[in-house]
Design a protein around this ligand. Structure first.
Ligand SMILES: [Ca+2]
Length: 482
């Protein structure tokens, strides 16, 4: 027995090394099986702002190439037409009314405790727990206090700004690496390049584990300040130049992935967080009406491209999908599970991505402006609901142009339909510009959508009611700025 014990003891290091090598081998194989995931999130980029989406005054060859090599979507929706709620929804897979982030965050004292709730679970948290390296680069805009910081929501690393860069705010010019300021007054025009270089460095540093990169570019949100190399590069003025600069850096990153053998095992997702700020800074929603700050299609329908070489379908896809679908889909592809203790509004669309076919998984789509439910959609039918100016969030309080006159929506103000006395029905299959009310010819559809509006109000809330599954922000008068 003594000899056996001695032998066993002498063999122990070999056993340990063997077990370690087997584990390494398993992890390596496992890492190869699970795809890397990259979300390239543009800011305020409109449905008509890319040449692959019909823009005439810009040239965006790199994003267009992604569209050529991947799936390009014609009806990809975000559940808010302003920055913060759209970001919160993408990361949690939940409507902003459900996840507690229905209005855009600003830096005033009213919003000092307003951040992505610590109880919310993000794509990054889920992937981190299943063995992914996770990084957030760029604009966060979901609160920077403890519990809301990107590193409190599953991102192992962060490089970027807490919100929108602003020349008049000391806090909004600080560039962070994780929780530390690395540049007190970062020059705005350097951000796109810095973010791209940081993204490449992150990928290079991850040899063993699969990675999840959320790269939230600040372009083409205001200020519209393209760097010198891109000034006058387009026919679209500074805005077009800025779009082209964004395209250049998307290309620098995607080319890096292709040239270094990452394509076969990396899913690249490109999309915008909301429609263009056409009232203020320009941009184009193409054939759609309205833009940022509105519940018109121009605010909610955004350019979106998904590429997974040889594994996903290619071409144009017309299915109604949502940015909230990304969470459960990515979780599925990564072999992870979404939480079962809460409603996830997004659906797993893996099969649609693989085949390029399939019906929308969303029976209804809800359009909230702040906490005001303004439209409900089923298939091609979109019912705009009655609303007053008082119902609007702070960014839509001021009347723009003439109110809707009840006859024809020929010249909508860039802020969409701000007031409405009677519901109007749009057939998006034949009228994606939302110009013609067809409610009189389709009373049953109107009735069904009104009924669904009442139902969802009870669940997610509205201006004058709190829903049964609505997380309330930590301040009163949610839609009032100060
Ligand atoms: Ca935005």
């Amino acid at each position: 027995m003594k000899i056996l014990a001695k032998l066993n003891k002498s063999m122990q290091p070999f056993y340990k090394i063997s077990v370690f090598l087997i584990m390494c081998s398993f992890l390596s194989i496992h890492a190869q099986e699970r795809p890397n995931i990259v979300i390239l999130f543009a800011d305020d980029l409109g449905y008509g702002d890319l040449s692959s989406y019909g823009a005439q005054d810009v040239n965006t060859p790199h994003i267009d190439q992604l569209a050529e090599e991947g799936l390009k979507f014609s009806d990809f929706q975000v559940p808010s037409s302003v920055c913060s709620p759209s970001r919160a929804a993408l990361l949690t897979g939940r409507y902003p009314m459900r996840n507690g982030f229905p209005v855009a965050r600003h830096t005033g004292t009213k919003h000092s405790a307003y951040g992505l709730d610590a109880e919310e679970i993000t794509i990054a948290s889920t992937l981190q727990q299943t063995g992914y390296s996770t990084m957030c680069i760029g604009k966060w805009h979901l609160g920077f206090m403890e519990g809301s910081h990107p590193m409190d929501h599953g991102f192992e690393e962060f490089f970027g700004l807490q919100s929108n860069w602003n020349s008049k705010s000391a806090a909004l010019k600080k560039l962070y690496k994780n929780r530390t300021v690395v540049n007190e007054k970062v020059t705005y025009e350097t951000l796109l390049e810095s973010y791209t270089d940081e993204a490449i460095a992150f990928v290079k540093s991850n040899k063993e584990k699969p990675f999840f990169l959320y790269l939230a570019y600040n372009a083409v949100h205001s200020p519209i300040l393209p760097s010198n190399a891109f000034k006058k590069s387009s026919k679209g003025g500074p805005y077009g130049d800025y779009v082209q600069e964004l395209d250049h850096y998307v290309g620098k990153f995607t080319n890096f992935l292709s040239e270094n053998g990452y394509d076969e095992n990396t899913i690249i997702i490109f999309l915008s967080d909301n429609g263009p700020a056409i009232c203020n800074f320009g941009g184009s929603a193409g054939p759609l009406n309205g833009g940022k700050y509105t519940t018109m299609e121009g605010g909610f329908r955004i350019p979106a491209i998904i590429k997974y070489k040889d594994k996903f379908a290619t071409g144009i896809n017309h299915t109604s999908l949502s940015s909230m679908d990304l969470y459960p889909t990515i979780a599925n592809l990564a072999g992870a599970k979404v939480p079962s203790d809460r409603v996830i509004d997004g659906k797993d669309i893996t099969t649609i991505l693989e085949t390029g076919k399939g019906k929308t998984p969303h029976e209804f789509i809800y359009y909230y402006n702040g906490i005001n439910l303004q439209a409900v959609r089923k298939g091609p039918w979109k019912l705009h609901l009655p609303r007053t100016l008082e119902d609007q969030p702070f960014w839509s309080k001021k009347q723009m142009g003439k109110p809707f006159n009840g006859k024809a929506l020929k010249t909508l103000p860039c802020k969409g339909i701000q007031t409405l006395k009677q519901p109007i029905l749009i057939d998006l299959d034949h009228d994606m510009g939302e110009l013609k009310d067809v409610s009189r010819k389709n009373p049953k559809i109107v009735e069904e959508l009104l009924k669904e509006a009442e139902r969802v109000r009870k669940e997610l809330g509205d201006v004058n009611s709190v829903g049964t599954d609505q997380r309330l922000p930590p301040f009163k008068d949610i839609q009032v700025k100060q």
